[in-house]
Every structure is written in C-alpha cells, then in structure tokens.
Design a protein around this ligand. Structure first.
Ligand code: BGC
Length: 380
C-alpha cells in the first residue's frame, strides 16, 4: 500500500510502499484511511524539523490527524464495528509510568512515549492502519465531513478542561458551578485551526470570545470566527498593551500561536485570578529579552496561572466528537468551512511545502481521489 514518508532531519518527502497491516490480536481494529489533516507539526517535519523514525528505519510515515472507516474488528472489540467511521488517537505510552498504564499517555511521566506520524511510530498518511481498540473513538456517520477535525479539537478539549479544572481547584465561584466559562471573557490568540476550534469550544460553553490574529478583518479566519459569535482583534492595530485597554482584563487566554515573544506579551491582558493555557510550540532557539521580574510579580500578585498543554487522551477525543456534534447542530455546514482545501494524497509534496494564504485546514484525501474537490483544484 502507498504511504507518505519523510526522512527525519532532511526535507525529503516521498511516496513509499509499505505492507498492508493485518489484525494479529483480538483487540485490534483495522481502518481504511479516508482523509488526513495537515498541521504545523507536519510542515515542520517536512522541512527537516522535529520528527523521529521508528527504530531500525530511516523514514517515518507522516500524519496524525486522521479519519478512517473500520474494515475489520478483532473478536473482543466492542467500541466499533466494520462500516463505522472512527479516529485513532496519536500518542502511545511508555509502558512504564502510572499515567500511561491508565491510558493517559498524554501525561506520560518518563518521556519515553511515541506518537504516530511524529515520534518513533508510523502515522496515518497511508491506505490502511491497524491499532488497538483502546486508541479508537467511533464517529457518528453525519460527522463524516468534519470528523478529521477531531484530533486538533482534542488538543483544545484537553487545554480547556485543564483551565477549568485549575480554576475550579482554587476559586470559590468556579468550584460552585460547572458552567464557569459562561459569560467569561476569553482571548484566543492565533486563529489557525486550533485557535478557531478553541473559539468554537469556548462559544459552545457560553464564553465571550475575542480572537487575535494579524490578518485583515474581512478574510476567511476572522469571518469564520464572527459567524460563531466571536469578535476579531487585529493584532497589528492592537498590540497587547492597547488590546488590554480595548478589551479589559480577560479571564482566560487560549494561546495557539507558537510565537514566543507574543506568548509572553499576552500576559498583559490577563486579569486577576486569570488562567492562561498555552498550546503553541515555538520553534527556534533565539534568546528573548523579557521583563522577568515584572512578569513574575504580576503572576504572583494577580493569582495567575500559566499552563502548558500538549497532546490529548482518548477521553479528550470523545469530548471532541461530542463538541463536533453540538457544533454541527448549532452552526451546521459552517463548521465544515474550516476545511478550506482538499487535495488527493498524490499532491502531498506541494501541500506540505506551501501554505495558501486563505487556508484554514487542508486535508489529503485517500479515497475518491478524483472527487469534485480535486477536479476543482482542491478548492471546496
Ligand atoms: C499534535 C500532538 C502532539 C504534538 C507534539 C501536535 O501537532 O497534535 O498530538 O502531541 O504535536 O508532538
């Protein structure tokens, strides 16, 4: 079967042949890949950045944001049946620590985890995948068009859940209500797919959402945000110090930019008792000049918390499925408009090396590659 592979550390992408996997134990599920999303991590791998090939191999099959159709299920599998749409999680545990033994490899303590398509395990940019039932989540059929957004949304679900749990653990008003986010002022920084999905999750919970980016207000991402009731802030006109005057202090910051200086500057907008959750992974090692004492003083005197959050557990994927269902009921086809570009998998090189200016999420199609999308040049 065909697969898209990268040699870690080099920017050589290639279409390779791999043996089709088969089920070898009763708790395994075999899935035919329908489509796979591409994110900044994939593009970083393609450019020679962070990635690790499986032991004994030189190349790594890419892809971690998948949607597939179950074609076979082992004897003891109960979560999915052949014909179901399903997604697999990304991280596989170290087999040694307590969180991994509790199916929480997203909180692995040893650091010896692997991630499909990223770190030491082949990913999903291929025709068939087999994995254990404990990593699979079933997807309702009506979510077929947006199910590929489960993985990036799972990252959001974990980060938002952590922010709520942190607040509930320390603030009397947050502990008293499960709806702490209702009516809260939230700033989402970076309106890529993760930022827009964060806006979606926060809006579903009744938050007042402001989205910060540096694109023109009339373009695709601010327009998508406005449709779900979010307000756009153009960071070129409102740097963080001015944003604070315009916005007032915010209760929660969801960061999805991966731009280190901005990540620090955003603390200017965080209100008293605020929580700031970071999901962007900055590249580069350039030293930064920051006002350290002022930042720490503000954190301490303001009772503020900064939380870094990465990856997601199976439960967060399930929360993502549930939120996609709610979002689909609330906003219908608007959710699918996050997927702005669809290409046949054979176009992988161009897609991984270029970023269209009007792109939100781009996906590679592994079935029906002569679909109307590809005939229209990838435009929806
Ligand atoms: C993925 C996560 C992964 C992280 C670090 C992200 O792009 O969505 O699942 O844990 O990269 O490798």
């Amino acid at each position: 079967m065909k697969a898209i592979a990268v040699v870690p550390g080099a920017s050589a992408l290639r279409l390779v042949d791999r043996p089709e996997p088969s089920i070898t134990s009763p708790d395994e599920v075999k899935v035919r890949i329908v489509r796979v999303g591409i994110c900044g991590t994939d593009r970083e791998e393609a450019a020679g950045g962070r990635a690790l090939a499986p032991t004994g191999r030189q190349d790594l099959v890419m892809g971690h944001e998948m949607l597939g159709e179950v074609v076979e299920a082992g004897k003891t599998v109960t979560r999915v049946r052949p014909g179901d749409y399903a997604v697999f999680t990304v991280r596989r545990g170290c087999g040694k620590c307590m969180p991994c033994s509790m199916n929480r490899p997203d909180m692995c303590r040893s650091g010896d985890y692997r991630e499909r398509g990223i770190w030491g395990l082949d990913g999903y940019q291929t025709e068939y995948v087999v994995d254990k039932e404990q990593y699979v989540v079933r997807l309702p059929r009506e979510l077929e068009t947006i199910g590929v957004l489960c993985e990036p949304l799972s990252i959001v679900e974990k980060a938002v859940a952590e922010a709520i749990q942190v607040q509930a653990a320390r603030m009397p008003d947050a502990a008293a209500t499960p709806d702490w986010l209702f009516g809260r002022r939230c700033l989402v920084a970076g309106l890529g797919p993760v930022g827009l999905l964060a806006a979606l999750a926060l809006r579903l919970r009744g938050a007042e959402v402001y989205g910060l980016d540096i694109v023109d207000a009339g373009t695709a991402r601010p327009a998508w945000l406005a449709h779900i009731g979010g307000k756009y802030i153009d960071g070129r006109q409102s740097p963080p110090d001015r944003a604070r005057q315009e916005l007032g202090p915010v209760d929660l910051i969801f960061e999805a930019t991966g731009i280190a200086p901005l990540e620090f500057n955003l603390l200017d907008v965080l209100g008293l008792n605020g929580v700031y959750v970071l999901t962007g992974i900055p590249g580069g090692d350039r030293p930064l000049n920051i006002k350290g004492a002022e930042l720490i003083r503000r954190l301490v005197l303001g009772n503020q918390v900064m939380v870094g959050s990465v990856n997601a557990s199976r439960d967060h994927f399930q929360m993502a499925v549930d939120d996609l269902s709610h979002a689909y009921l609330k906003w219908g086809d608007h959710v699918a408009r996050l997927i702005t570009h669809r290409y046949p998998y054979t176009d992988f090189a161009a897609v991984l090396q270029h970023h269209a200016s009007d792109e939100i999420k781009v996906v590679l199609e592994w079935q029906n590659t002569m679909s109307p999308y590809s005939l229209l040049g990838g435009r929806l």
